[in-house]
Each structure stands twice: as structure tokens, then as C-alpha cells.
Design a protein around this ligand. Sequence first.
Ligand code: ZN
Ligand code: ZN
Length: 145
Amino acid sequence: MDRHTSQRIAIEASLRSAQRPLSPAEILDAAKPDAPTINLATVYRTLKRLIESGLIRPVELPGEPSRYELAGLPHHHHFKCDACDRVFDVPGKCPSGLTDGLPSGFRVRDHEVVLVGTCADCGPRPTSARPSHRSTVSRQSNRRS
Ligand SMILES: [Zn+2]
Ligand SMILES: [Zn+2]
């Protein structure tokens, strides 16, 4: 098996075992034990190739660097911890009423919900005055690539 193949397998395995979206830096850390020659440039190059072949997809959160997750997961939402910057999957029910105010003629293709707060490892932040919950609706019908 050549070096590129083992790096690709290590990256895919990292994403599969993390069970949450990972940033390139997190992927690098997770893949390193299995692919010691890997570096951030090879992570980016491999991610690009895995996206092109439809095996993974980027997770875009507003104002955040991209994370990556396996493609083809069942619909789910995300939780971003603003203490440790990790993003988690939330397989909960979709919120109702998201499309109530939509003007007629608009067609929704997809939605994303991002919960923001602190994860169990980081604990509550008692001085925080920020709302602990935020929903965003995006990726509607007019996105171009
Ligand atoms: Zn955290
Ligand atoms: Zn949903």
C-alpha cells in the first residue's frame, strides 16, 4: 500500500471513529499514529480528494473554519462548544416552524441547525451572558458553487 493510500485510510478512519465533524488540525492529530509522515498540507490535499469522490463533506458553520464529516450520515444537527471549539453531532428532532415566515414561492431544500454552548467536558460558564441557543437556516435554493 503506498503512502498516499495509507494517509487516506488514516484520515477516513479518524473521521469514522470521532463520530463528530473534525477540523483539519484535529484530523492531523487523529491520523498521525497511523500515518506518521502526514502533515497539514497532505491532510488538506486528501480532504479535497475525499470530497471530490463524495466520501466526506464539509460542515460549514457561520464564521467558523470548515470541519469535515463522512458523507451519507442521516440528517442531524450540530453543537459547537465555544470553550473547546469542538463540534458535535446532535441527532435530535428537527425544530418545527422554521419555514412559517417563508414568502410564497420560496422552496426549502435543506436546513442546518447549530446549537452553541459548552460541552460536558467544559462545563457551564456562569458569567456568560450570551444566548445558549441559536438556530440558523441556510443553504436554501439559491446557492451556486
Ligand atoms: Zn467543550
Ligand atoms: Zn433538521
